[in-house]
Design a protein around this ligand. Structure first.
Ligand code: GCB
Ligand code: CA
Length: 904
C-alpha cells in the first residue's frame, strides 16, 4: 500500500522525492466507509426525508428487513433434538435478544463462568406478502459457534464469536404458516477458534441483534461474508475532486437469466445527488454476477475527519424490466451505504496524516461489555459508549480485541472517531490449519462487513501473540506464528489495500529478534511503565531510544493504563495499590510524555471502561479496573483529566468525587491534596468559604493542600485569569470524619475507629465506613506493634470487600487503641492470603488480656482466601485502652482489619 512506499522513502530519507511526491497531488491511501453490516436500506430510510431528492426516496426498498429479537426461549444445553419443531420448550426461559447466559460472570461466577452449550428457539411467522421472496436470517454475532436450524433442518453453522453471519432459509420456510427457528450456541474452549486465552470474558449467547431479511429473487447478495454486498471506495481523491467506485454482486434466484441495471446514487450531506453511476449486467439463471462502477469526478468533496465527520450516502438500486417482487417501477432491490471521503498516509517520523493533515490518533480502547449486561448490550448502550469516548475529547478508538457491533461503527462514522478494528487473535495461537483458516475467515468477514465505514483506518489481526510461550512448545511454533502473521497481512493487502495494518505487541516482545515487528504498517505497543514494570518517568526516554533504533517503523501506543478502585485511596500512591490517586498520577505522567512525542502515530488508553475479565483477581475480582469510567459507566475523576487536556470547551472538575467520605484520627490526617482538572489558565479553590488562592493550571491540573474540617466540607473551584473561563465553576462536598475526639472524650459523637490492617491505603466499605491506612502505634492514638505488611490480589470468598482482606499484617505482636475507659465492640477481620495449609498458621488472639480465640487456624476453619469476621466485646478500664494481642502458635499471626466501636 501507499504508506509502505512512503515509509521506505522516509527511511532512506529521500526528502526531496518525498516533497515532490506530496506536491504532485494528494495521496489516496484510504477507501471509504459505509454502514457496513446489515447494509440495509432499513432503519435510516426516511431520515432527513425533507432534504432528500425525490429520486432517492421515491419508494421504500422492496427489501423487507426487521429485527427478530423478541419472543425467544432459552435453555442451557446440551439438549438432544432441540432443533425439532415439535420439541417441547414450554418450560424454557423467555428471553429477548441480545442475550448472554453469562451476564453475571464478572460479578458472581468468576473463572467458573459457564462455557458450554445454550439453545434458543423461536416461532417465525412469515406474512403472506413474502411469498416468492428470498428469506434470510442475519445474525450480528453469537459467541462462539452457532448452528442454525429452521423447521428442524440445518441452515448453517458459523464459527467465531465476533462477526456477523447470514443464511438463506428460503427453502426451509413456509410462508403463511408458523416456522420454528432453533439455534445452538457453544462457547466452550476450542483450540481451533480464536481467542484461546485473553484478559476478557468470553460471554456465550446470541448477544447481538438478529434480523429477518426478505428480498426479490434478484437482489444484492447477502451472503458475501454477511457483508452489505456492495463495496465503496474512492480510487482518485484529492481535496479538489473525487471519483467513487462501487463494486458488488447481484444474485438471480430465478430460472431465467436477467438483464439488470445497477444504479448507484451518491448523495451529499443534504441528500442531493452528487453523482449517479449506472451499469448494466446480465445475471445467469440461478447464479450471480459482479458489477463495478466508477463515477464521474465530484468537485470539491466535503471530506470526512474526526473533527468534521461529513457523511455521504450511496444508494444502490437494481432495476429490472420485470421485477417479480413489489413490482414497483421495476426496482428489485435497493440498499444504502455510507461514504466518507478521506485519505490516509502513515509516516514513521510524524505519525498519521488524514486528508494531508497530521492527525495524532489520541484515543482509547473499548471492550463491549458492561456491568449487569455482559456482552449483550442493546444498540442504544453501544452508541452511548461511543458518545462517552467522543465526549472525552478523543479522536481515536481501538475496538479491542474483536470486531464490534454495527451500532458502534455507525456511531463512530457519525460522531467522528478514527478507528482500529481487529480480530481476536490474542496471546496464543494453535499451529493447526483450522486455527489459521478460522483466523483468516474472521479477518475477511470483519473487513467486508465494515469496509464501507469511513471511521475505520486500521485493521489489526494480532495482539501480544508472543508474550506467552505455550507449554509444551509445539514444534515450529514461532515459524507458524510468523507464517500466520504474514498470511493475515497479505489478506488485508488483498482485501483492502487502502487501509493500514497494525498489530499490538507488549514490552517483552519488542526486541525478540523475530522480525514480527516489521510485518504490519504500524507497530502498536502495549506499554505499562509504572504498572507492570519500570517507572512512570522512564516511558518517554524508552520510546525515544526505540524510535532512534528503528527510525523507519511507524509506532503507536496501543495500550497504556493502570487500575483503580473507588474504595481505595492512598496518600502515597504506588503501582498496584489500585488507588484512584495512583491511576491519576499514572495518566497525568503518561499522557504528558506521549503528547510530547510527535513521531508517535497515536496513543490509546487501556481502557475507556472497566471490563469483565473472569480470570482476573485484582482489588475487584473478575474485573479489569483500568477504565477511565467504571464498569457501569460512572465516570472516574480521572476521566475529567483527559477532558481537561483534550477538549476546547471549558472543563473544571474537582477530583474528589471518587473519595467523598474520608476519615482520620490524627490532626495531620485532615490535610488532603485536592486536584482540580481544568483547561482554564488558572483556577481558584475555595474551601468552606475561604479562598485557598489561585493557581495556574499545568498539564490540565492545579493542586492545593486543604485542611478538611470535621463533617461536611464545601469545595468550590472557579475559573480565574482572563477570558470567559471566569464564569465556569464546579462545586462539591467532601465529608470528613475526624476521629481524634473518640481518643480523648467518652462522649464524642464519632464512636468507631476502623483500621485497614496491613494496608497502605484507606478503604471505604459498602456501608460508608472508612478503614484508615495502617501505621505503627503512637501513644494517645492507635497502631500496630511489629509485623510486616502483605498485599495479595486474590478473590476473597465470603465478602464483597476484597481489598480490605487482601491487605494483611503478618507477625504483628499487637494493635493498640488508646481509647477512653468504657465498653467496646471489637470487629476483627482475617483471611488466609498466603496459602498456608491447615495447621501451618495457628495463632492466639487476646483482647484486653482475655483469650478471644485460643488457636485460630484460618485455613482449617474457613479455607484459603476466605473472609473471617468476628466481633468480641471488650472493656477498657484504668486507662489501658483496647489492646489486641496476637501470638503465633504455629507460624505467624495475620490480621486484615480491626474496627473498634464504643457501645456506650
Ligand atoms: C494487555 C492486553 C490486554 C490486557 C491488558 C492488561 O497488554 O493486550 O488485553 O487487558 O494488557 O490490563 O493487562
Ligand atoms: Ca446491534
Amino acid at each position: 500500500m501507499r504508506s509502505r512506499l512512503l515509509r521506505i522513502l522516509a527511511v532512506v530519507a529521500v526528502l526531496a522525492a518525498w516533497v515532490a511526491l506530496c506536491a504532485s497531488g494528494p495521496r489516496r491511501e484510504a477507501d471509504q466507509g459505509g454502514r457496513g453490516m446489515g447494509g440495509g436500506d432499513g432503519g435510516d430510510r426516511g431520515r432527513d426525508a425533507a432534504t432528500v431528492t425525490p429520486a432517492a426516496t421515491a419508494a421504500a426498498s422492496p427489501r423487507v428487513r426487521y429485527t427478530l429479537n423478541d419472543g425467544w426461549r432459552y435453555a442451557p444445553g446440551p439438549l438432544d433434538g432441540a432443533e425439532a419443531p415439535g420439541f417441547d420448550d414450554g418450560a424454557w426461559e423467555r428471553v429477548d435478544l441480545p442475550h448472554t447466559w453469562n451476564a453475571t460472570a464478572s460479578s458472581d461466577e468468576g473463572a467458573d463462568y459457564r462455557r458450554g452449550i445454550g439453545w434458543y428457539r423461536r416461532t417465525l411467522a412469515l406474512d403472506p406478502s413474502l411469498a416468492g421472496k428470498r428469506v434470510f436470517l442475519h445474525f450480528e454475532g453469537a459467541n462462539q459457534v452457532a448452528d442454525v436450524y429452521v423447521n428442524g433442518r440445518a441452515a448453517g453453522r458459523h464459527i467465531g464469536g465476533y462477526t456477523a453471519f447470514a443464511f438463506d432459509i428460503t427453502d426451509n420456510v413456509r410462508v403463511g404458516a408458523p416456522n420454528v427457528v432453533a439455534v445452538r450456541v457453544d462457547n466452550r474452549h476450542d483450540d481451533d477458534v480464536p481467542p484461546l486465552n485473553a484478559d476478557f470474558t468470553f460471554y456465550g449467547g446470541i448477544y447481538r441483534d438478529v434480523w429477518l431479511v426478505a428480498t426479490d429473487p434478484v437482489h444484492i447478495t447477502l451472503l458475501d461474508h454477511a457483508s452489505p454486498g456492495v463495496f465503496i471506495d474512492t480510487p482518485d481523491l484529492t481535496a479538489e475532486r473525487a471519483t467513487v467506485r462501487v463494486r458488488g454482486t447481484v444474485v438471480n434466484a430465478t430460472a431465467r437469466r436477467r438483464r439488470v441495471e445497477v444504479v448507484s446514487r451518491v448523495l451529499d450531506l443534504h441528500g442531493r445527488e452528487a453523482a449517479t453511476l449506472r451499469s448494466t449486467i446480465v445475471v445467469p439463471a440461478g447464479g450471480s454476477a459482479p458489477f463495478r462502477q466508477l463515477s464521474a469526478p465530484i468537485a470539491r468533496p466535503r471530506l470526512w475527519s474526526p473533527a468534521e465527520p461529513n457523511l455521504y450516502r450511496v444508494v444502490t438500486e437494481l432495476v429490472t424490466n420485470d421485477a417479480t417482487g413489489a413490482g414497483e417501477e421495476g426496482v428489485a432491490d435497493r440498499i444504502e451505504n455510507p461514504l466518507g471521503f478521506r485519505w490516509l498516509r502513515v509516516t514513521p517520523d510524524s505519525g498519521v496524516f488524514l486528508n494531508g493533515r497530521r492527525l495524532p490518533l489520541i484515543g482509547t480502547n473499548r471492550h463491549q461489555d458492561r456491568a449487569g449486561y455482559g456482552n449483550a448490550l442493546p444498540d442504544a448502550l453501544h452508541r452511548r459508549d461511543v458518545e462517552l469516548v467522543k465526549a472525552t475529547g478523543f479522536d481515536f478508538l481501538r475496538l479491542a480485541h474483536y470486531p464490534q457491533d454495527p451500532a458502534v461503527l455507525e456511531a463512530m462514522d457519525a460522531l467522528g472517531l478514527a478507528g482500529w478494528e481487529e480480530i481476536p487473535v490474542v496471546n496464543l495461537i494453535t499451529t493447526s490449519a483450522a486455527f489459521a483458516e478460522n483466523a483468516e475467515r474472521m479477518l475477511v468477514e470483519m473487513i467486508r462487513q465494515h469496509y464501507n465505514h469511513p471511521s475505520i483506518l486500521l485493521w489489526g489481526y494480532m495482539n501480544e501473540v508472543m508474550l506467552r510461550r505455550p507449554d509444551p512448545l509445539p514444534e515450529g511454533y514461532y515459524e507458524r506464528l510468523m507464517a500466520l502473521a504474514r498470511r493475515l497481512e497479505a489478506v488485508v493487502e488483498a482485501e483492502d489495500p487502502g487501509r493500514a495494518t497494525v498489530t499490538a505487541i507488549s514490552y517483552g516482545e519488542i526486541d525478540n529478534g523475530t522480525g514480527f515487528q516489521d510485518i504490519p504498517d504500524i507497530l502498536g505497543l502495549n506499554l505499562y511503565f509504572g504498572w507492570y514494570y519500570r517507572s512512570l518517568d522512564e516511558l518517554g526516554p524508552y520510546l525515544d531510544s526505540l524510535h532512534a533504533r528503528h527510525p523507519g517503523r511507524p509506532l503507536m501506543i496501543s495500550e497504556y493504563g493502570a487500575g483503580s478502585d473507588e474504595r481505595i485511596h492512598a496518600r502515597e500512591p504506588r503501582a498496584f495499590d489500585f488507588s484512584t490517586e495512583h491511576q491519576q498520577r499514572f495518566h497525568e505522567s503518561h499522557l504528558a510524555q506521549l503528547l510530547a512525542r510527535p513521531y508517535l502515530a497515536g496513543t490509546a488508553v487501556w481502557n475507556q471502561f472497566d471490563f469483565g475479565s473472569a480470570h482476573r483477581h485484582d482489588s475487584k475480582p473478575n474485573i479489569n479496573q483500568k477504565g477511565l469510567l467504571y464498569y457501569d459507566r460512572e465516570p472516574k475523576d480521572l476521566w475529567h483529566y483527559y477532558r481537561a487536556r483534550l477538549l476546547d470547551e471549558p472543563v473544571l472538575h474537582i477530583a474528589t468525587r471518587d473519595w467523598p467520605v474520608r476519615a482520620g484520627s490524627r490532626a495531620a490526617d485532615a490535610r488532603h491534596d485536592v486536584v482540580v482538572y481544568s483547561n482554564l489558565e488558572a483556577v481558584e479553590l475555595v474551601a468552606n468559604g475561604t479562598s485557598l488562592g489561585t493557581r495556574a493550571t499545568q498539564n490540565g491540573s492545579a493542586r492545593w493542600t486543604v485542611t478538611l474540617a470535621p463533617g461536611v466540607n464545601r469545595l468550590e473551584a472557579r475559573g480565574a485569569g482572563d477570558g470567559e473561563g471566569r464564569a465556569v465553576r464546579d462545586g462539591t462536598i467532601v465529608v470528613y470524619e475526624d476521629r481524634t475526639a473518640p481518643f480523648v472524650r467518652r462522649d464524642a459523637p464519632v464512636r468507631e475507629v476502623a483500621v485497614n490492617a496491613g494496608g497502605a491505603y484507606q478503604y471505604v466499605d459498602g456501608t460508608g465506613l472508612a478503614w484508615e491506612a495502617d501505621r505503627p502505634y503512637e501513644p494517645g492514638s492507635w497502631g500496630h506493634v511489629g509485623g510486616d505488611a502483605r498485599l495479595d490480589h486474590h478473590r476473597i470468598a465470603g465478602s464483597v470487600e476484597d481489598a480490605l482482606f487482601q491487605a494483611t499484617r503478618e507477625g504483628a505482636r499487637a494493635y493498640r487503641f488508646d481509647l477512653p475507659d468504657g465498653d467496646y465492640d471489637v470487629r476483627l477481620l482475617f483471611a488466609e492470603t498466603a496459602r498456608r495449609a491447615p495447621g501451618e498458621r495457628v495463632f492466639t488472639v487476646r483482647v484486653n488480656g482475655v483469650v478471644a480465640f485460643p488457636a485460630l487456624d484460618l485455613a482449617a476453619e474457613a479455607g484459603p482466601y476466605t473472609a473471617v469476621e468476628r466481633t468480641v466485646r471488650a472493656r477498657a478500664a484504668g486507662g489501658g485502652g483496647v489492646a489486641i494481642d496476637l501470638a503465633g502458635v504455629a507460624g505467624r499471626a495475620t490480621i486484615s482489619g480491626i474496627a473498634v466501636r464504643r457501645r456506650r
